[in-house]
Every structure is written in C-alpha cells, then in structure tokens.
Design a protein around this ligand. Sequence first.
Ligand SMILES: [Mg+2]
Length: 179
Amino acid sequence: MNVHSVKNHVIIHGAHILKEDIMSKRNKIIYLDLDNVLVDFHSHPTLRIPHGFFNHPNMFKDTYFSKLKPFPGAIKAAMTLLNNPKLDVYILTQPVANSIKSYSEKADWVAEYLPAFSDRLIMTQDKLLNKGDVLVDDSLKWSKFEGKFIHFDFKGNTVEEWKRVVEEINGVRELSYGL
Ligand SMILES: [Mg+2]
C-alpha cells in the first residue's frame, strides 16, 4: 500500500485522511484490578483476614491468593469486556512485594478463573506507570492514573457494580492520552 505522511495528514492512494482519524480508531486499553475488584479478597476458605486489613500474616501463607473466590458478576464482566473487539483488556495487579508466592498464586488464580487472561496479566508495584484509557480499581491510591479511573465499590452488590462498570467502559469515547 502506498502510504506516507505529510504533516498532519496521511496519504493513502492519494486520499488525504487526518492522522487523528486513524489514531482514534485504535482500541481502548482497559485495566482491571484483581483484589477487591475481580477477586473477593476476604473469601479464603480457611485463612481469614478482617476487612480493612492489608498486611495480615495470613497473606504470606501458602494458597492465600490462589484460593480466593471471584466476586459474583466478575468473571462474566471480564469476559464481556475481553470479547469486545474495540477493547484491549488486561489485568493489572500489585502483588505483595516481599512475597514471591503472591506473584505465582495470582497467576494460578487467573489460570483457573480467567484463563483467557493468562497472557494479559500485568504485575507491577506502580500502576501509574501503565499507559491506557481506563483503570478499574477499588483503591484510590491509583486515582491519578492517566486515563479514566473507575472506582470499584466491592462492598455492595458486585453484580450490579460490574454492570455499571461495563456500561461505563462501553461509554468511554474519548481517548485519554495522545499519540
Ligand atoms: Mg484492589
């Protein structure tokens, strides 16, 4: 194909198309958090952690992260988003930095409940380094994400909360960062 650029235009077979028109057709990049968004962080069958506790010794025991249950509505919502051809959807999660097991157990959890995301699993200690359009997270710590931050409230009916989030993502039209 004969394609070349002149200033803000791309010329394809002699037709001038604004670069912005082409760029805006790229897929939106969506990040979904694990703990307290897809995963019920307090659902381990034997290892209990009280709500509001985030550095509990049970987190360092074997299987803590791999044996948690998904929230009602979470798997269906994640697959609905993944199957939208206009979205590139990833899981973006912060493992416990000083627990190697938390990394592998989170990967185990994804392999069991959302295997289609096994090659879409990003682990980081700083979510703000990721470029993208939407971050769904329960923690306001990441609200300065460069794209749209959607706060997930896991304390109510998570089926309804996921419906709201999916609708909101499907309604995001504007790109949040320039190319
Ligand atoms: Mg979380």
